[in-house]
Design a protein around this ligand. Sequence first.
Ligand SMILES: NC(=O)C1=CN([C@@H]2O[C@H](COP(=O)(O)OP(=O)(O)OC[C@H]3O[C@@H](n4cnc5c(N)ncnc54)[C@H](O)[C@@H]3O)[C@@H](O)[C@H]2O)C=CC1
Ligand SMILES: O=C(CO)COP(=O)(O)O
Length: 333
Amino acid sequence: MRPSVSLGVLGGGAWGTALAQAYAANGTPVRLWAREPEVVAAINAERRNPLFLPGAELSPGIAATTDLAELDDLPVLLVVAPAQHLGKVLSGLTDRPRDLVLCSKGIEAGTGRLMADVAREALPLAEIAVLSGPTFAHEVAAGLPTAVTLACSGGEAQWARLGALLSRPTLRPYYSDDVVGAEIGGAVKNVLAIACGVVDGLGLGQNARAALIARGYAEMTRFGLAFGARAETLAGLCGLGDLVLTCSSTSSRNFTLGKALGEGIGAAEALAGKLSVAEGAHTAPVLAELAEQRGIAMPIVAAVARLLAGEAPARQVVAELLARPLRAEGETA
Ligand SMILES: NC(=O)C1=CN([C@@H]2O[C@H](COP(=O)(O)OP(=O)(O)OC[C@H]3O[C@@H](n4cnc5c(N)ncnc54)[C@H](O)[C@@H]3O)[C@@H](O)[C@H]2O)C=CC1
Ligand SMILES: O=C(CO)COP(=O)(O)O
């Protein structure tokens, strides 16, 4: 039998709503904090989230609130705020021992911190886990089969608390203790998805996209290894798995942003008025900077950052990438 203690979900965007639905639909009461009163009202009264997850019918087991204090006593919180706002949201909670499961994908601009470091500073008593993988929100909300990495900083003892709690017949976590690897996989793939969208927008073909996925994965691996990730983590669901998903579909907001850039729309225009977050746009500049500081070759990431900054049009950025000196495929620096 599943425990009747509620799960808390911080964030009423597409992913927070989908996770809430996955757990509530399978018998766990969920308390969901959303920032927007209209999202809370629509979830509680109509069982929908038309702003962020249109089309999904939500379980009555989700109780939404705008009051973060209503989640403060829960032992397990899924944190699904956009990466740039995660620290601020967590600072509204009391610091106490609990499991914080980070589901956001990104690097904090300005500090270069991964989400686990942001969370540890905000709530030092919490034990951190990272849930990440190839997970389009609308598919999870619809109960389609999905597998994720659940990386536990507390190792197997934390996995023993969370593994079964966060598993459902169609939502299958795989254990890891490589929190850094899980975070880097998710953060870097968003930037690479923008690059793949650019290639699509420019009409450069499927060969080019496959090349970008493979060479992008080499960049993810170089960066990850330099920051303490394990190669096997990056080859798993939260790295390569998510990279392949996000680089292949206009269901991805990052891919769609890149496609617009490839079609000649400027970054400011492509992002203007968007309620939904394309995390790669925020991660690209800080990731490119971190890579440069550490001397890690990430030409695709650097190209995306240049494009987003309006420093060069898409065609020129691609031409520059193709004109780079020839090198060995397995080069590690
Ligand atoms: N949508 C998806 O399929 C998936 C998303 N993610 C990750 O989940 C995180 C959240 O993304 P989504 O739920 O898709 O968001 P979304 O794009 O559907 O909605 C935007 C979210 O940002 C929040 N927001 C905007 N300004 C804010 C502020 N100042 N403070 C706090 N929150 C603010 C909104 O309340 C809303 O929840 C991201 O890091 C994303 O990469 C991860 C896996 C799948
Ligand atoms: O992270 C995701 C799928 O795993 C969602 O990707 P986008 O944020 O690009 O839509």
